[in-house]
Design a protein around this ligand. Structure first.
Ligand SMILES: CCCCCCCCCCCCCCCCCCCCCCCCCC(=O)SCCNC(=O)CCNC(=O)[C@H](O)C(C)(C)COP(=O)(O)OP(=O)(O)OC[C@H]1O[C@@H](n2cnc3c(N)ncnc32)[C@H](O)[C@@H]1OP(=O)(O)O
Ligand SMILES: NC(=O)C1=CN([C@@H]2O[C@H](COP(=O)(O)OP(=O)(O)OC[C@H]3O[C@@H](n4cnc5c(N)ncnc54)[C@H](OP(=O)(O)O)[C@@H]3O)[C@@H](O)[C@H]2O)C=CC1
Length: 515
């Protein structure tokens, strides 16, 4: 019997960010392994014209929750969606709902955040810092609270090379930033943002670092732990391999590569690709929730959920395997054949951008114009290149994250818990994982049918023929122009033709002699 699964039985659990990538996998695992839990409160806002109930209905009826429905048929009754907007005062939660949350919650998993790298400083601080402070304040008024688990990121201190499982101070106090944002106008905030974030690469990682400081400063007597995942990828094993549902991080790049839009990337081939499967992160979160509540460590413990120091993979290996999978299982209606080139050199990268990305997009848009359609490829290409350039910082560096706390926790688990809540990334087979990941992107994110694979392969063959035809035509045109304009080109051409002629004559003569 799993000790951790039993621990969550009968508990009231509050999850923020439950509609996000990590949040959904967390809920799924909780319902599947502890179907006798009392209730999961989720703080949700209406979005994209959907009410709270519609959003919950959609999640529970998704493929991800298929297994849950078998083990926990009354899952609908155990989930309680509470209207909340984390960027508002008191989260805009009604008095009755707040009362219920304060009096009943046993465990909090705080996953909500804005993960956009280019968000405004005001919004990112509101979500990643102020909302964390507000939630801690709420937590301090919860008499039954046993543990508060805060999800940060392994990149919150990416301005350092070696990162320990400790909270590092930020140069400016979070409180000072929160206070000043109250009276500064947006234009001034955006002007001072680059000065504030200093050597952090973007607003996201900076505000996540501030969020950790807030956790440390406002922890009062609470049992708190911080989890820092690196780049969270598709599921490894549970509930099934390869599940993924948004275009963040690697996912967008995998699609862009598979569709033949992205054929080169400014990345250091040997740099560590620190991906961590989402189910591994969730297993660690649940183990940390149990450990923090039951063992009550004296200080706030930080746990790294990373793969680089235990089972490293690099971008080259990852890129090669992504391409190998596209050979077997191509995406439908590709723009060009998938091809990949990792380069860390600025000049080469700009060359590839011009030749492999911008030129084909312009040519295709000309074709669309000529055939009376609206050009769109240049816009799509620019968006992909913008995203790729935002991720460049992470593709050209390696970090060392120590994992003492994570390994200590692993050794504290019973063999059964180590199996049910496995977060030992040493057991991960990268080649298999990446293949399932790419397959998952095709099936669950792009919703492409496997029956369409033969047609997709046929389409790639046609693209290859077009490519050869195009290159031959280009060569002939360039050659014709050169011959017409340059005496030297004519001389070279004359030399090549006469050399070939002499070689053929010699070959014919010698074969006649042999006979
Ligand atoms: C030898 C082999 C060589 C191979 C060579 C090469 C080939 C390559 C082979 C492949 C190899 C694989 C390597 C993988 C590398 C991975 C590196 C990852 C590093 C990650 C580090 C992460 C570290 C930190 C980790 C963390 O700690 S946390 C999480 C990380 N955070 C992020 O990953 C957010 C980033 N992104 C943004 O910050 C924003 O995306 C931004 C970028 C500003 C754009 O922003 P923008 O241009 O505005 O575009 P969007 O608004 O995003 O969307 C644009 C359009 O897509 C639509 N759309 C948005 N969503 C969705 C959605 N769900 N579902 C459906 N559609 C959506 C939206 O509707 C809009 O459509 P439209 O309206 O135009 O029609
Ligand atoms: N994905 C990754 O690679 C990594 C993620 N992390 C951390 O993990 C956590 C979860 O990330 P992930 O699941 O990927 O992110 P998602 O973007 O998928 O999910 C973010 C969640 O936060 C919610 N949210 C955002 N703004 C508000 C708001 N104003 N009010 C209420 N809810 C809000 C979203 O709700 P809605 O659906 O309504 O938008 C969504 O549920 C974050 O803290 C992130 O920093 C850390 C390392 C890597």
């Amino acid at each position: 019997m799993s000790v951790i699964a039993a621990f969550y039985g009968g508990k009231s659990i509050l999850i923020t960010g439950a509609t996000g990538f990590l949040g959904k996998v967390l809920m799924e695992k909780l319902f599947r392994t502890s179907p006798d839990l009392k209730v999961i409160y989720i703080l949700v806002r209406p979005k994209a014209g959907q009410t709270l109930q519609q959003r919950v209905f959609q999640i529970l009826n998704s493929k991800l929750f298929e297994k849950v429905k078998e083990v926990c048929p009354n899952v609908h009754e155990k989930i309680r969606a509470i209207y909340a907007d984390l960027s508002q005062n008191d989260f805009a939660i009604s008095k009755e709902d707040m009362q219920e949350l304060l009096s009943c919650t046993n465990i909090i998993f705080h996953c909500a955040a804005t993960v956009r790298f280019d968000d405004t400083l005001r919004h990112a601080v509101q979500l990643n810092v102020t909302a964390t402070r507000q939630l801690l304040l709420m937590a301090s008024q919860m008499p039954k609270l046993e543990a508060f688990i805060h999800i940060s990121t392994a990149y919150s201190n990416c301005n350092l090379k070696h990162i320990d499982e400790v909270i590092y101070p930020c140069p400016v106090e979070p409180k000072k930033i929160i206070d000043s944002l109250e009276w500064l106008d947006d234009a001034i905030i955006e002007e001072i943002a680059p000065k504030l974030i200093r050597d952090w690469p973007n607003i996201y990682t900076y505000t996540k670092a501030l969020g950790e400081m807030v956790v440390q400063q406002e922890s009062r007597n609470l049992n708190i732990a911080i989890i820092r995942p690196s780049i969270v990828g598709a599921t490894w094993q549970e509930p099934f391999p390869g599940w993924v549902d948004n275009i963040n991080g690697p996912n967008g790049l995998i699609i862009a590569a598979g569709k033949g839009f992205l054929r080169a990337l400014k990345a250091t081939p040997k740099a560590v690709a620190d991906l961590i499967p989402v189910d591994t992160v969730v297993n660690l979160m649940l183990a940390v929730g149990w450990y923090t509540a039951v063992h009550r460590p004296k200080s706030t413990l930080v746990y790294h959920s990373t793969s680089g120091n235990l089972n490293p993979c690099n971008w080259h290996k990852m890129g090669v395997q992504v391409l190998a999978t596209f050979e077997k299982i191509p995406l439908e209606r590709a723009f060009r054949r998938p091809y990949a080139n990792f380069t860390s050199n600025n000049f080469t990268s700009q060359y590839w951008n011009a030749v492999s990305h911008q030129a084909p997009a312009i040519i295709y848009d000309c074709y669309l114009r000529l055939t009376g359609r609206k050009p769109r490829m240049t816009k799509v290409m620019n968006q992909i290149l913008r995203t790729a350039s935002m991720l460049e910082y992470f593709l050209n560096r390696s970090w060392e994250w120590s994992t003492y706390n994570t390994e200590m926790l692993m050794s504290e688990l019973s063999p059964e818990d180590q199996r049910v809540f496995n977060f030992d990334v040493r057991q991960l087979n990268w080649l298999e994982y990446i293949e399932n990941y790419v397959l998952g992107v095709k099936k669950y994110l792009l919703k492409e049918d496997m029956a369409g694979i033969p047609e997709a392969k046929q389409h790639l063959k046609r693209l290859r023929n077009i490519h050869y035809l195009f290159n031959t035509a280009l060569f002939l045109i360039v050659w014709r122009l050169l011959i017409a304009r340059s005496q030297m080109a004519r001389n070279v051409w004359f030399f090549i033709v006469s050399f070939c002629y002499k070689f053929l004559s010699y070959f014919r003569a010698s074969s006649t002699l042999k006979v």
